[in-house]
Write a protein that binds this ligand. Structure first.
Ligand code: AMP
Length: 280
């Protein structure tokens, strides 16, 4: 696996791959890799000639009171996991190379970025879209691999690619979960044993919602109130939002229609966790 730090070097390599019509699959990550990331890598391996993974904790997508500084960083372990998966290239740029002094331009994602997670993380999705756009400019992949766990992110990136005519295929990979249903996340490391136990309620609440819809419940407020009760029974939990919405526009549904996205963010202790379920 070749490790590349400098954007201009990455660009030189990917330009020559394009010239040879090599199909490049790209998996952007913030590192502290887990099985969820590795599923993206495996999917990318299946669909590409060359797989490039990036590890970059992107400062512009963190709010001033968020966990940018303490976000888990474990490059040594990440590299060994990626070597195991036979990844071709790892791109690990420095912040100063991605955002040199005087860097001003950014992508504005509009309304989609103000819904769901955007309400409590203002500017987050502009930061995400800006770094993904920069990576796409540098790497110019054929396919981009994203996780369904960050459903809103995936919707917004697809929209940006369409709006800005970027011509990259997006492949969304299903959420990888722990045995008790908790969606794998780099932030799960923050949880104490007690919090880890409580965190399993997030996915249980989604399963409950699915079964209520299956039984014919169409009132989103009733479903959300049952989900809330289930989550708040656990210690250390505080709900940021629960929404039942259209999976493309992310607009709230007044009556549950298929397809529906049930998305939530819950604080467990100080850790904000997200999860979602798509009802087709
Ligand atoms: P992150 O490192 O958290 O920015 O995530 C990098 C990519 O991995 C994003 O496309 C995420 O949606 C995806 N991802 C993170 N956790 C999971 C998971 N549990 N299952 C599937 N994909 C995931």
């Amino acid at each position: 696996m070749k490790t590349i730090k400098r954007p201009h070097e990455m660009k030189r390599i990917t330009r020559s791959l394009r010239e040879k019509d090599t199909k490049v699959g790209f998996v952007p990550t913030m590192g502290a890799l887990h099985e969820g990331h590795l599923q993206l890598v495996r999917k990318a391996k299946k669909h590409s000639d060359v797989v490039i993974v990036s590890i970059f904790v992107n400062p512009t997508q963190f709010g001033p009171k968020e966990d940018y500084k303490r976000y888990p960083r474990d490059l040594k372990r990440d590299i060994s996991l990626l070597l195991n998966e036979k990844v071709d290239m790892l791109f690990v740029p420095d912040v100063s190379d991605m955002y040199p002094q005087g860097h001003k331009s950014s992508v504005k994602v509009g309304e989609l970025g103000n819904k769901l997670c955007g309400k409590s993380r203002p500017g987050h999705f502009n930061g995400v879209a800006t770094i993904v756009k920069k990576f796409l400019n540098i790497i110019n992949p054929h396919k981009l691999f994203l996780g369904a766990k960050d459903f809103q992110q995936q919707v917004i990136i697809r929209k940006m690619i369409k709006d800005l005519d970027l011509g990259v295929d997006v492949v969304t990979v299903p959420t990888v979960r722990e045995k008790d249903g908790l969606a794998k996340s780099s932030r799960n490391r923050y949880l104490s044993a007690k919090e880890r136990h409580s965190a399993a309620a997030l996915s249980r609440s989604l399963t409950l919602a699915k079964s209520l819809v299956k039984k014919g419940q169409r009132d989103p407020n009733k479903i959300i109130s049952d989900m809330k009760a289930l989550i708040l029974k656990e210690s250390c939990t505080r709900i940021d939002y629960i929404s039942i919405c259209d999976p493309d526009t992310l607009e709230k549904q007044n009556i549950v229609k298929r397809p529906a996205l049930i998305a939530l963010a819950v604080f467990v202790g100080k850790t904000r966790l997200i999860d979602n379920l798509l009802i087709k």
